[in-house]
Design a binder for this molecule. Structure first.
Ligand code: PMP
Ligand code: GLN
Length: 380
């Protein structure tokens, strides 16, 4: 078989979760919370199902949810997208990213991605017959080098993808970054795909610079988010895309024939949550900041060196003091021999920086889980 995705194997998240299970390791690898969703969310889901919301949702999403997303966006970012023409509900951010790419990227086009980047980007670009052009982020700070981004953009560039807060590093783009980006894209026909799934998980009083705050950027952008991150339910796979009407129309053509519509009762439940409990997403940063701070204090008692975490729910650690293994081998060893599963960074790169000794640990966990992991990590 001449495969269409020769470079693709099983995702590192699946591989490490399986390995963790086989070896009884504490799983800080794949990113998912191990604590319950807000009780009200389950009640709303139950209510929606009992009320008979069990058939196909409208293709673009349940109106009450699109309206609630538009209202939340206006409240948080000062820009009110039109619920009917600019907001589309999707089956997770993964589907939204796939749709946005396939809506505008053609065979032979180029898409600029910033490495390290989340693993679903490049396969979607490849399937569109396009080519990913990889621009490395600064290996120490994970900040973009805008001059290199500028140089990577050429006549074939159709799209640029950004992700803030960033997976795997937690780095965040600043208002200055947004201005640089706007200057680079001005006068080009390049579309922007902004992956903002960790938008509400930001720390130390920082402000998430959504592309939706920036008129010059949002007019060419698909902005993607996910309720999985905000409501501790990665298994529900409900997200959304905000884009100007012309872009949303193309996006919806792909969505219509990719999944057609998204899980109906879940949409009703999120509509109620967004409308009635804004405190949940407003306090999410503080909720995770407490976990981050506690985990970092504990890590200080190990030989792993934690990097700064401005946002998201991942902690990068430098393990050079512990081992000379490359990151894939180290994470395997850590899981199998030491009982803590972590994610290596190399799968997030086209070409990983040589000698980089970093692993990603997820702190979206109960204290007991993190305590158990730390006890094992103290023995390294
Ligand atoms: N983008 C990033 C940066 C992510 O970390 C994730 C989830 N791991 C996704 C997209 C996909 O989100 P979803 O689970 O809603 O498809
Ligand atoms: N986004 C999650 C992570 O980065 C994993 C999602 C998945 O397993 N596909 O860990």
């Amino acid at each position: 078989l001449q495969t269409k995705l020769p470079k693709v194997g099983t995702t590192i998240f699946t591989v490490m979760s399986q390995l963790a299970q086989e070896h009884g390791a504490v799983n800080l690898g794949q990113g998912f919370p191990d604590f319950p969703v807000p009780p009200r969310l389950v009640e709303e889901l139950d209510r929606a199902m009992r009320a008979g919301h069990n058939q196909y949702a409208p293709m673009t999403g349940v109106p009450a949810l699109r309206q609630a997303i538009a209202a939340k966006t206006a409240r948080v970012y000062g820009h009110a997208p039109d619920a009917d023409t600019e907001v589309t509900v999707t089956s997770g951010a993964t589907e939204a990213i796939f749709n946005a790419i396939h809506a505008v990227v053609r065979a032979g086009d180029e898409v600029v991605v910033l490495d390290p980047c989340y693993d679903c980007y490049e396969p979607a670009i490849d399937l569109a017959g396009a080519r990913a052009v990889h621009v490395p982020l600064d290996p120490a700070t994970f900040a973009p080098d805008w001059q290199r981004v500028r140089e990577a953009i050429g006549p074939r560039t159709r799209m640029l993808m950004i992700n803030s807060p960033h997976n795997p590093s937690g780095a965040m783009l600043s208002a200055d970054d947004m201005r640089e980006l706007a200057a680079i894209l001005e006068g080009t026909g390049v579309f922007l795909l902004s992956d903002e799934v960790y938008e509400h998980i930001v720390f130390d009083g920082a402000r998430h610079e959504s592309v939706l705050r920036h008129p010059a950027l949002r007019e060419r952008a698909f902005v993607v988010s996910s309720f999985g991150k905000t409501y501790h339910c990665t298994g529900w796979k409900i997200g959304y895309c905000i884009a100007p009407p012309a872009l949303s129309a193309e996006f919806r053509k792909v969505h219509q024939y990719n999944v057609f519509s998204t899980f109906t009762p879940g949409q009703h439940a999120f509509a109620a949550m967004l409308r009635d409990d804004p405190a949940h997403y407003e306090q999410l940063g503080a909720f995770y900041q407490a976990k981050r701070d506690r985990f970092r204090e504990q890590l200080a008692t190990t030989r792993l060196a934690p990097l700064p975490v401005p946002g998201g729910y991942f902690q990068l650690v430098d393990y050079s003091d512990v081992s000379d293994l490359d990151d894939a081998a180290f994470c395997r060893w850590l899981t199998v021999e030491k009982g803590v599963a972590a994610i290596p960074l190399s799968p997030f790169y086209d070409s990983p920086p040589p000698g980089q000794r970093l692993a990603r640990l997820c702190f979206a966990k109960n204290e007991a889980t993190l305590d158990a992991a730390i006890e094992r990590l103290q023995r390294l």
